[in-house]
Design a protein around this ligand. Sequence first.
Ligand SMILES: *Cc1c(COP(=O)(O)O)cnc(C)c1O
Length: 396
Amino acid sequence: MSITLEHRIKITNERASRMKENDTFFYLKSVEELNGARAQIDGREMIVFASYNYLGLISHPKVREAAKRAIDKYGTGAAGVRFLAGTTDAHIELEKKIAQFKNTEDALTFSSGYVTNLAAITTLCQRGDLVIMDKLDHASIIDGCLLSGANHRSFLHNNMPSLENILAQSENYQHKLIVVDAVYSMDGDIANLPEISHLAKKYNALLMVDEAHSIGVIGKTGHGIEEHFGLENAVDIHMGTLSKTIPSIGGYLAGKKDLINFLKLTARPFIFSASLPPVAVAAAKACFEVIENEPELIEQLQKNINQFRDGLQKMGYDTGYSETAIVPIMVGEEERTLELCKKVNEDGIFICPILFPAVPKGTNRLRAHVLASHTSEDIEQALQIFEQAGKSLGII
Ligand SMILES: *Cc1c(COP(=O)(O)O)cnc(C)c1O
């Protein structure tokens, strides 16, 4: 028998109330002002380690300018679905830019990254097909599988024998789709693309990669996972969001012309949901241009990542297999995770805890996002705060 709705409401609200009483509810904070790596939260200035604004593009003058121009030209919304009256020249230009940036034939945008994954998987897979996922894939990929009606299996995280084992047992499926995150959103490690792509080809599966946290972060010039590994044509379906390094809203799929056209004509989340506001689209396009014109931002981000992660590791913190701007600070037990979070927040670090069930049981952690706009002093100050807090709680 399933538990009742009344019970689910009660236990959820009680858990949140308990956390609020203990001053350990770190969610839904109201950010009053965001200036690069600093923010005003509850009237206090804090160093931000909780934002996806990896390259600091939120406040980039070229991006703001593009958004203002779009408001003047189009107003606030497209007032329609893309398929009917909601496509503007700004949408077409952004999609061209994404295709060029990702070195693909064509691209299509959707109203969020979450919806993009739903659209891709529910349109490309149906009952009788198989979706193969990494165990740590993003929730939107799992939800896409469930909604598609296809069978789905997951392999152990970034474990290639486990992936091959599933592929070898799945020869009977005519259509197989492998979906992985390029950079894992809770762990900051990078998918083993060379091997995954090799296995996809060997077993005749399509490969889709979610680049939410890799665009603008990995690859020498920020073009993502293929650039990082020096590969071309390793991925069939490139997915990304316009909500992280690209601080706007939306998501995209990029790939072969026929495939993108098929999505345009049949993806239900594309056809039955309103178009992105042109202002969001114009801002996103400007961001891709800034990434290409200012590669020094990516270099700065990489420097900051190394300073922060190496500093934490030297103190004895466990940062898992992170190689990117996402640096998990592993604690384990929930209560200790919340205590650490409380201490560092009191000392001026804005960072959030990631708890079960968002991550596997017993792997509770704080998740830090390093930004290009952190100064070396910001990072040094944060490291000192983490050192003090970690020592006083016996975590390091
Ligand atoms: C954030 C994220 C998404 C969802 O993107 P939104 O634009 O926030 O809807 C999808 N996949 C991954 C891996 C993500 O980290």
